[in-house]
Design a protein around this ligand. Sequence first.
Ligand SMILES: Nc1ncnc2c1ncn2[C@@H]1O[C@H](COP(=O)(O)OP(=O)(O)OP(=O)(O)O)[C@@H](O)[C@H]1O
Length: 249
Amino acid sequence: MNAPVLRIRALRCEYPGEAGPVHALRHVDLDVARSSFLAIMGPSGSGKTTLLHCAAGLQNPTSGSIELDGQDLRGLDQTQLARLRRRRVGFVFQSFNLLPALSAVDNVELPLRLDSRTTEPARTTALLTRVGLGNRGSHRPHQLSGGQKQRVAVARALITDPDIVFADEPTGALDIRSAREVLRLMRELADHGQTIIMVTHDPVAASYSDAVLFLADGRIVDRLPRPTAQQVAGRMAVLVESAESAVNQ
Ligand SMILES: Nc1ncnc2c1ncn2[C@@H]1O[C@H](COP(=O)(O)OP(=O)(O)OP(=O)(O)O)[C@@H](O)[C@H]1O
């Protein structure tokens, strides 16, 4: 593999808990290739969100290293981490997180404005066209369907030309048809060179990725390249069952 765009080594993350520390990530090593679409799955509480947040510079791990395109996040102070989040990564959330008072165009341009950078109307229009909403630029979120809102959110994530787009349950709030549209879009983006890391509970969503990483109890326990939804569902059933029997012991 060429130099990975994301390189994680010996990552551990603990939270304080009443009965001692909660080990959310125990020892995670991970290389993510540029232009790849990676899905992260695992039972509830297995550490998916923690891994996504650490990798995106939203949260400091307890120990271990994270390199984004060769830059070690460990040495960065909060201001530098905020700049890295604004410029080098994009986010897509289950709940869209669009500002209701702003048009689609203004929502897409928001990351540039927050970073005091100039906007280029032609680029915004091109991005909205790329996500299939070229004629919806003046619409506000309440005038858009769930799938359209999420496609605006994808365009917003792309406006800074990020190294990686992190998507946390991007189809969790969508009906099946809208979810498929968003997933097809993400697949197309990855085919055109965009690196995407997506946390999902949905085996069908995971089947759009190049590979699925399975977490259990804070560790990577399996990896499935070129996944089918059936294969993913089968592996998840085994992991959920063993997580449940561990809790009941
Ligand atoms: N802020 C926190 N304080 C204490 N414990 C936390 C905190 N955030 C997460 N945890 C714990 O860390 C572990 C991993 O949580 P995380 O949210 O990363 O899992 P997840 O796989 O994303 O779960 P889900 O699928 O339910 O969203 C869980 O045991 C969780 O209870």
